[in-house]
Design a protein around this ligand. Structure first.
Ligand code: NAI
Length: 690
């Protein structure tokens, strides 16, 4: 049975035992129902303690049950909670590990909560496009007040025990958690007054800033735009403060059901599964053990190298950061210091955590300092000859067991591997900028990369808190290969009549963090042009001259204060001179400018992603359509609540996607013709079944 009933004197212990995370599936719920009945019926039981086996409180509902509807098979969570509140005997939760989602809602239903020092609690439902549906928004708000609830539940943050205690979600923290909970329960049972349930608490919802909800909604308008669940969470927390309890609970339930049926929830569930599927590599089984990584070297202390060094150090890895000169190293270390300062300022790290991580990074100019590293990650200029030299030196200086990885965004991993005597240990680890923030790691498999080397960098990604996807060694890997045509199309739209504000506006309204031209300005138009100059195009295509002219005029983007826009700090403004430049290009090309609607702009930007994505599947560069979605969401700002480009295409209808591509191929070149893999998927009704 996944639920055990034990007695400790007059206290009944209900222990949930459902490996690995004690999820509240149907069997557990039935077990709890039976256990609660037994506790109710036994007069010798004066109080109950709820806890989880293996020092782990339930970490949530069973996500497959939510998707399949089994979460609605009785007893549902709400029925259990009603049973708990009607028990007539105090119930105390002993929270060890992570009590999340439905697990935490169960704990919130108890009369008191005792946490282990390292326990974490939270309601992360928003990450799946849901709002908590088991009274979580109501009880959390009644215990901790609306301001704390808004912060925590709309972001889905996990709160450490100390914070949970300070805002009133926990009643105490104790190392011997279960024993402390038993004592607490016994004390409540022996007390004169009946203990108060969260449902009945009024004190924290009675007083709050009068404009709290108005100002919170205004502050988050941009971050939540286009999404359903975060807004419904705000509504539910407001209801907890302004409506009678039963109405608040009822509204939460209605909004939970609304969210659960929404396309956004389905898209986010897809992303959740895709992220996990991306960890699996078809020909590498669990018997391939990753190499332990204690020490790492990072070569190149520039933008990327410094960020990568921070990622490693944050995960407890000792890092040597190497560059060509003491000055370059000093600049890199200074930048790292500044970035850690920002992290502390934003509350991402405590001062002690930042100091400890920073102390793990030491600068160097001699390759001899890499004599004991387990992995070296190269992040020098994107120059093949230079990178080859660096790999030769790494091969000579690092221990034979060490993995040699490159952060290159475009270069051939096999050519770098050929510069070493250990091609089987050479892989790509493509981080995204800023590396210490962006979640994606696009690992790249070279022809000779060994299963162990790949397993090591996939495991490393998890240790760094990144989401990894394994790509084949093809030009641009997954992300940049698809991006190249997306970016190019933005300029074609400008030539034909659109403005930068329109193009970016459509993509941002769709939900991307940033439009393609604003993104160019961020990365640098000089860099974009330099990359493009070295790339070949199919014979029936051309690059728009716009980017080259921007670079030639010193319109590098944000760093020079002007690019496709004018910049004041982070604020961007339209620039009439850019429009004049674009109009001149249209004139020279003999293009009659026209008004282009939002629908056409969106189609022309998204369709190249899909067709190139399908080609990547056909070529085996991407193993799954879901891998491509994960890359676009975590590396390129595609809105997660729309599921990624490949998922979006399936929802649009692959037949419709094909029709649009055929239409565009007539004017845009053969590359736009729907590829065979896309037609196959359309015929079979989806990517994975094709
Ligand atoms: P960067 O120009 O900021 O830094 C390069 C660093 O390498 C400089 O500090 C330079 O002194 C150092 N360096 C040059 N030759 C060296 C050598 N022989 N030994 C040791 N250090 C040497 O360049 P960034 O932007 O950090 O790019 C580095 C790599 O990361 C490139 O391959 C780039 O394509 C890739 N990348 C860049 C991204 C970005 O957004 N900047 C994103 C993802 C990958």
């Amino acid at each position: 049975m996944p639920t055990h009933f034990r007695r400790d004197g007059d206290v009944a212990l209900l222990e949930i035992d459902n490996p690995p995370v004690n999820a509240l599936d149907l069997q557990v719920r039935s077990g709890l129902q039976a256990g609660l009945r037994r506790a109710a019926d036994d007069p010798a039981v004066k109080a109950v303690v709820l806890c989880g086996a293996r020092a782990c409180f339930p970490a949530g509902a069973d996500i497959n049950e939510i998707a399949s509807g089994v979460a609605f098979h009785r007893p549902i969570l709400l029925e259990l909670q009603a049973q708990m509140e009607a028990l007539g005997k105090p119930i105390v939760a002993a929270i060890e590990g992570a009590a999340l989602g439905g697990g935490f809602e169960l704990a919130l239903t108890c009369h008191a909560r005792i946490g282990a020092p390292e326990a974490r609690v939270g309601l992360p439902e928003v990450k799946l496009g849901l709002i908590p549906g088991g009274g979580g928004t109501q009880r959390f708000t009644r215990l901790a007040g609306p301001a704390a609830a808004l912060e925590a539940i709309t972001s889905g943050t996990e709160l450490p025990a100390a914070r949970a205690l300070s805002i009133g979600l926990l009643d105490a923290i104790a190392a011997d958690t279960v024993r402390a909970a038993v004592q607490w329960a016994r004390r409540l049972a022996g007390g004169a007054a009946a203990p108060v349930l969260a449902r009945a608490r009024e004190d924290r919802i009675a007083v709050f800033e009068p404009d709290l909800f108005v100002s919170f909604r205004a502050a988050r308008a941009r971050a939540f735009r286009g999404q359903l669940a975060p807004w419904r969470i705000v509504d539910a927390i407001e209801a907890a403060c302004t409506r009678p309890a039963h109405e608040g609970f009822e509204l939460e339930r209605q909004w939970y059901l609304e969210c659960r049926e929404s396309p956004q929830c389905k898209a986010l569930m897809h992303v959740f599964h895709a992220e996990r599927a991306a960890r699996r590599i078809a020909d590498i089984g669990p018997q391939v053990a990753p190499l332990p990584i204690e020490r790492g070297g990072v070569v190149g202390a520039g933008t990327m190298g410094t960020g990568i060094a921070m990622c490693l150090a944050n995960a407890g890895i000792e890092v040597t950061l190497l560059d060509v000169s003491r000055e370059a190293v000093a600049r890199g270390l200074e930048r790292i210091g500044a970035l850690y300062g920002e992290s502390v300022g934003r509350g991402k790290l405590t001062g002690e955590q930042a100091d400890a991580a920073r102390a793990r990074i030491r600068g160097a100019v001699e390759y001899a300092t890499l004599a004991d590293v387990d992995i070296a990650i190269e992040a020098v200029f994107e120059d093949p000859a230079l990178k080859c030299q660096v790999f030769e030196r790494l091969d000579r200086s690092t221990p034979p067991r060490a993995i040699l990885a490159s952060n290159t965004s475009t270069l051939d991993i096999d050519r770098l591997a050929a510069c070493t005597s250990r091609p089987q240990q050479v892989v790509g680890t493509h981080f995204f900028s800023p590396a210490h923030v962006m979640k994606l790691m696009e690992n790249v498999r070279g022809r000779a990369s060994s299963p162990q080397a790949l397993a090591t960098v996939m495991a490393l990604a998890r240790r760094l808190g990144k989401i990894a996807v394994l790509a084949g060694n093809a030009d641009g890997f997954i992300g940049n290969r698809m991006l190249q045509y997306y970016g190019a199309e933005a300029e074609r739209l400008l030539e034909e009549g659109a403005t930068p504000e329109q193009v970016d506006g459509v993509i941002e309204a769709f939900g991307f963090a940033m439009g393609p031209l604003a993104m160019r300005d961020l990365a640098g138009n000089d860099v974009g042009w330099a990359i493009r100059r070295n790339r070949a195009l199919p014979a029936d295509e051309r690059w728009s001259p716009i980017l080259e002219r921007m670079a030639a005029q010193g319109r590098f983007g944000r760093k020079s204060g002007r690019g496709f826009y004018l910049y004041e700090g982070r604020e961007r403004r339209p620039d009439p001179q850019v429009l004049a430049l674009i109009q001149e290009v249209s004139r020279e090309l003999g293009i009659k400018r026209r008004a282009i609607g939002a629908e056409e702009i969106l189609a022309r930007l998204l369709h190249p992603l899909i067709n190139e994505g399908a080609k990547l599947l056909a070529e085996g560069v991407a193993a799954r359509a879901g891998d491509i979605d994960v890359v676009y969401i975590h590396g390129y700002g595609f809105p997660a609540y729309k599921g990624g480009p490949m998922y979006w295409a399936e929802r649009e209808g692959l037949a419709k996607v094909i029709a649009t591509l055929e239409q565009l191929a007539a004017s845009h070149g053969a590359r736009w013709r729907p590829c065979a893999r896309l037609r196959e998927a359309a015929a079979r009704g989806g990517w994975e079944s094709a």
